[in-house]
Write a protein that binds this ligand. Structure first.
Ligand SMILES: C[C@H](CCC[C@@H](C)[C@H]1CC[C@H]2[C@@H]3[C@H](O)C[C@@H]4C[C@H](O)CC[C@]4(C)[C@H]3C[C@H](O)[C@]12C)C(=O)SCCNC(=O)CCNC(=O)[C@H](O)C(C)(C)COP(=O)(O)OP(=O)(O)OC[C@H]1O[C@@H](n2cnc3c(N)ncnc32)[C@H](O)[C@@H]1OP(=O)(O)O
Length: 398
């Protein structure tokens, strides 16, 4: 597993010194904040006070390296606290529908006027403008509107949304983090912040540029599930093994395909040509019957040292203990023995140093953060009495 971090390593991280305020939301914004924290930013998650039902509904399992400040934004004093925090922050991540921040008096015009260096990242499903800007939605809806969902799924089946990985996390959390880093880079030149309109529809559409731009290559001329990379081809498919596990096959190029055929114990001369679409269904059946004759471990021992592009489909548990992943320390364990993926990519001089501490409780760091941002003890006591903040150390739903 990954080594423990030292204070010196933490200080040397790429984003150290960057102050981020992340308003608590569902899946995408927490990932965005976690990426920034993993690479050294000081991320404060601004939670709704834990007494509110809404706070409890937002169980955050992507809080690594963050601290929690519980603030009631619906109270004018609470909103004023956020304004003051934004005056001294580098980045604000907000995960609400368009109009929510404006109703709270916390829109970008207000906050950027007070701090022109602020990078105001708005991570939404549909973006800040357009017909759906104020509509509710989730990953599956964003994926659908981007056009990408229509491409996913097997032959003669309905489109299939692969968990909430694509729009929420890839097109949302990661794309927003990229936008923030780009804006920070630009700010170093101009000294000015800006607003980031990170729409998950557009984020996932952008990710799919290859699909859009390869339309004319004939790669997608067949119906869904019958093309080269969408489970149509026998050499780009998943096969069940005799012990109920699976092998993933990605032998596209002829030199790799030849090694696949050899490993399967078949004779290339007795098979139809690799790119004969007409024979693909029949070839899939043949490959499936061959894969079903050996266990996953047996297939690994045949293919591991070849270029056949055949790998085992691993469970999370097996992935964390697989030799290759162990050799690269690809998974880490925190102080509570929870295993999770190590931050990627690996930077040679200033790698991410993820925190090993448990996730924060709601409001656990309210006082410490406010003091750090220049609030006096008296001001904090008053805010607490007015219930604009929460200081109690309650166990959050993490
Ligand atoms: C597919 C995914 C969604 C996966 C979510 C799962 C991870 C979780 C869903 C259910 C959870 C489980 C469940 O709750 C039961 C357990 C609870 C336990 O505590 C933990 C374990 C659970 C099993 C729990 C586990 C998990 O958490 C779940 C399984 C997605 O696609 S996520 C992407 C969603 N889309 C976006 O993020 C795009 C932008 N956002 C939106 O479009 C909307 O926010 C959204 C998501 C549609 C929600 O709409 P909603 O009406 O609820 O909110 P908004 O319109 O944005 O307004 C927010 C209001 O809240 C006020 N507010 C915000 N902060 C504060 C504050 N600090 N103080 C006071 N008030 C605050 C804000 O002012 C707004 O108020 P108004 O409406 O009056 O203006």
């Amino acid at each position: 597993m990954y080594g423990r971090s030292t204070a010196a390593q933490a200080a040397a991280m790429a984003l150290s010194g960057v102050r981020v305020l992340e308003l608590a939301g569902l899946a995408p914004a927490p990932l965005c904040g976690m990426i920034l924290a993993d690479f050294g930013a000081q991320v404060v998650r601004v939670d709704r006070p834990s007494r509110s039902a809404a706070a409890l509904a937002h169980g955050d399992v992507q809080a690594r390296g963050k601290r929690s400040l519980a603030l009631d934004l619906k109270q004018p004093q609470g909103a004023a606290v956020l304004r003051r925090l934004c005056g001294a922050a580098d980045v604000l991540i907000e995960p609400f529908r368009h109009g929510v921040m404006e109703r709270l008096g916390l829109g970008p015009e207000v906050l950027l006027q007070e701090n022109p260096r602020l990078i105001y990242a708005r991570l939404t499903g549909f973006g800040q403008t357009g017909k759906y800007a104020k509509s509710a939605g989730h990953d599956i809806n964003y994926l659908a509107l981007s056009g990408v969902l229509s491409k996913l799924g097997r032959k003669n089946e309905n489109p299939y949304a692969p968990v909430n990985l694509l729009a929420d996390f890839a097109g949302g959390g990661v794309m927003c983090a990229l936008g923030i880093v780009i804006a920070l880079f630009e700010r170093a030149r101009s000294g000015r912040g800006q607003v980031i309109d990170a729409s998950m529809v557009e984020g996932v559409a952008y990710l799919s540029s290859f699909l859009w731009k390869s339309q004319n290559l004939g790669l997608w001329s067949q119906p869904r599930g019958e093309n080269l990379l969408d489970s149509g081809a026998p050499f780009y498919e998943i096969y069940r093994t005799s012990d109920g596990k699976f092998m993933a096959v990605g032998a596209i190029e002829p030199k790799f395909y030849n090694q696949l055929i050899k490993g399967l114990g078949l004779n290339l001369d007795e098979l139809p040509s690799q790119m004969s679409f007409f024979h693909w269904p029949e070839m899939k059946k043949k490959f499936a019957s061959v894969f079903a004759q050996k266990t996953q471990a047996e297939w690994c021992s045949i293919f591991d040292s070849t270029d056949a592009c055949v790998t085992p489909v691993l469970s999370f548990e097996d992935a964390a203990s697989h030799q290759h992943n162990k050799e690269r320390n690809s998974f880490i364990k925190n102080d509570e023995e929870e295993i999770s993926p190590r931050p990627a990519p690996v930077l040679s001089r200033t790698p991410a140093v993820p925190s090993c501490k448990r996730d924060p409780f709601i409001g656990e760091h309210t006082e410490e953060i406010l003091l750090e941002y220049g609030f006096t003890k008296q001001e904090i006591d008053k805010l607490n009495t007015d219930k604009a903040i929460e200081l109690k150390e309650l166990k959050a739903n993490l």
